[in-house]
Design a protein around this ligand. Structure first.
Ligand SMILES: NC(=O)c1ccc[n+]([C@@H]2O[C@H](COP(=O)([O-])OP(=O)(O)OC[C@H]3O[C@@H](n4cnc5c(N)ncnc54)[C@H](O)[C@@H]3O)[C@@H](O)[C@H]2O)c1
Length: 488
């Protein structure tokens, strides 16, 4: 540790002590990782159902994380969200003064419960087109995070892993590291280790997707599972959304990656059929609507621009990696791996449609993208399929204007994003893409009026958000295409 870090650590320890003396009598929950999951999980714990906790969120002493920590302590929530409950819960925790953010691992010493909400990434090797070719999983960051807990935590703490991990991790990685660290401290660990994965959806129901939703959990032994259950009951509405206990941590870890692989595969599946519908002159939306009448087929997916976000783009690979590495299987999960490849390629289909419909090539063409986030009503650009589409458009010489109501800057591409739709309408374009299905683009009279005043625009609706009437109106003077609609 450098001298500066030592000073920072000492100041933070004092801050933690002061915070705890203002929260006397409350049990202490420490959330490791203040990202999309941990920041909001902290708010859920700080606004528990049956127990009033003192909550400390710990992140790394990196420049980016310190910015987040300082913002939280200043009263600025670092994640833009369309869910009003996020700010409501944040304000409540501020008025109760029961939430503190820090980078100091001293917090682990004070914890009754430690929740692990850090990232565990897949290193993907992709072609120039960003399409998956091979991948690897490194557990080194995750192991370091567990070590930092094992070095400081109390022997009777509950460690609850929420990070999406390769099946086998709690038993084969977390437990041995904690025991090893306690061995080095010359004491034995008699605490609890459990697993309960997140189903959080960072959208209009951000908070509810944690607090008012079904949960699966387990422990490395029965006392651990009992502890997890008792804790979850204090922060989640388990009266309405009963908990599901599975036999062991391998099972809950598998449940998470299977759940997401199932979704990734269903999306990849409909992508192939969407291409087929376009070739056959069929409206896939009409077909899907008809099929959804069958109760057994209600959840068939809709087409779109592609899959993004942190989870569906990696979780099938975590599962396949675990099968080969943790459980020494010769074969991985080939269907799940292929689903990731198909999904990665989806934006290339949109690019082909644009290229085939814009006369004279894309060089110097003015292209407006409506939506950068990977998901509607969320400000999250991680692995957004819009990125590959933008890279292709830029490589073809197009001039891009970006709009997203939830984002002002796109870190990955280092590009400014406009947030005011009215201002966007003042400029001229050759191509307009509806690239994210944000609610504000649906049934938007201003947007349709804007299209109607133009002529010779090429409009591509990647998510099928334009109604049949709107398409007719826009197509009077422009060309409109919708992904999956071969009939237009
Ligand atoms: N984002 C989602 O919608 C979602 C949904 C369900 C599950 N998950 C899973 O939840 C986990 C967290 O996801 P996320 O989206 O919040 O990730 P994120 O990248 O937004 O946040 C992770 C945070 O952990 C911090 N961190 C890393 N190592 C640390 C350490 N040693 N100590 C303290 N902090 C550390 C990082 O700095 C970062 O701020 C992942 O396993 C993810 O797959 C995410």
């Amino acid at each position: 540790m450098t001298k500066d870090q030592n000073i920072m650590e000492a100041t933070d320890s004092q801050m933690i002590d002061d915070f705890l003396s203002n929260n006397k009598g409350k049990k202490v929950v420490v959330v490791q990782g203040l990202g999309f999951v941990g920041a909001v999980m902290s708010l859920v714990c700080a606004n528990g159902i049956t127990e009033e906790y003192a909550v400390i969120g710990v992140d790394l002493p990196t420049k980016e994380a310190i910015k987040k920590i300082n913002a939280l302590n200043r009263g600025e929530f670092p994640i833009a969200s369309s869910d009003p409950k996020v700010m409501e819960y944040f304000e409540k925790s501020r008025s109760k003064s029961n939430f503190l953010a820090t980078h100091s691992t001293y917090a682990y010493q004070k914890a009754d419960v430690i929740i692990i909400d850090i990232n565990l990434d897949v290193d993907k090797v992709s072609s120039d087109e960003k399409v998956l070719q091979s991948y690897d999983v490194s557990l080194s960051g995750f192991k370091k995070a567990i070590q930092s807990i094992g070095r400081a935590c109390q022997p009777d703490v509950l460690i609850l892993v929420e990070t999406t991990v390769p099946p086998g991790t709690c038993q084969f990685v977390v437990k041995p590291i904690i025991e090893e660290e306690f061995g080095q401290r010359g004491i034995s660990f008699n605490g609890y280790i459990g697993h309960s994965y997140e189903r959080v959806m960072p959208g209009p129901k951000y908070i509810d997707s944690i607090q008012n939703f079904y949960r699966v959990y387990s422990g490395i032994d029965e006392p651990s599972a009992n502890k997890v259950e008792a804790f979850l009951k204090t922060i989640i509405r388990t009266d309405e959304y009963p908990l599901t206990r599975l036999s062991n941590t391998h099972a809950t870890e598998m449940a998470k990656v299977l759940e997401n692989s199932f979704r990734a595969m269903n999306i990849a599946f409909i992508q192939e059929w969407s291409n087929y519908a376009e070739e056959a002159g069929v409206n896939i939306y009409e077909v899907i609507q008809a099929i959804r009448m069958r109760p057994t087929h209600k959840n068939i997916m809709m087409p779109g621009l592609g899959v993004g976000g942190y989870c569906l783009t990696k979780d099938p690979l975590l599962a396949s990696w675990s099968k080969k590495t943790m459980f020494k299987s010769e074969k991985g999960l080939s269907n799940s791996e292929q689903a990731v490849q198909i999904n990665d390629r989806m934006p290339l289909r949109a690019f082909d449609i644009i290229e085939n419909n814009v006369k004279g090539g894309l060089s110097s063409k003015r292209v407006l993208l409506l939506g950068i986030s990977y998901l509607n009503d969320v400000g999250d650009t991680r692995y957004t399929p819009v990125e590959l589409l933008c890279r292709k458009l830029l490589a073809a010489g197009a001039q891009l204007t970006l709009h997203d109501p939830f984002l002002e800057y796109w870190d990955e591409l280092e590009l400014a994003i406009e947030t005011d739709l009215e201002e966007i309408f003042q400029k001229k374009y050759d191509v307009v893409l509806i690239s994210t299905a944000h609610s504000s683009y649906r049934n938007n009279i201003g947007l349709i009026n804007f299209f109607e005043t133009k002529k010779d625009l090429f409009v591509l609706d990647c998510w099928g958000i334009l109604s049949p009437e709107e398409i007719i109106r826009i197509a009077q003077k422009n060309t409109v295409k919708v992904i999956g609609r071969g009939d237009i």
